[in-house]
Write a protein that binds this ligand. Sequence first.
Ligand SMILES: [Zn+2]
Length: 108
Amino acid sequence: MIIFFGIRYTTGRLILTGQECPACKENHSLAVIPQQGYFHIFWIPVFPISRDYIPVCNSCGSTFIHKRPPIDREVKSQYKTPVWTFSGLIIIGIFLLYIFSMMLISKI
Ligand SMILES: [Zn+2]
């Protein structure tokens, strides 16, 4: 049996940082795109793993992948991990609860 598993990524909505763009020096133009990684089995998200914030400029369109400006913790806290990235754990939890309840019922 072949099991497909690995890491996939999802992106959140753009978050404005209010910082100056290092490339075009435009004030309040820097934003970040949150990128959440998650482990999947057969493309079903099991649990979230790494999170990254990719800085982009709203004015000139530059992205800063290698030389990143510092991003405030307050800006980072605006992005919450999507609940659906826990889908696999929720399914496994429900399955274990079902097994446990069946064991309890069979003993009565
Ligand atoms: Zn810029």
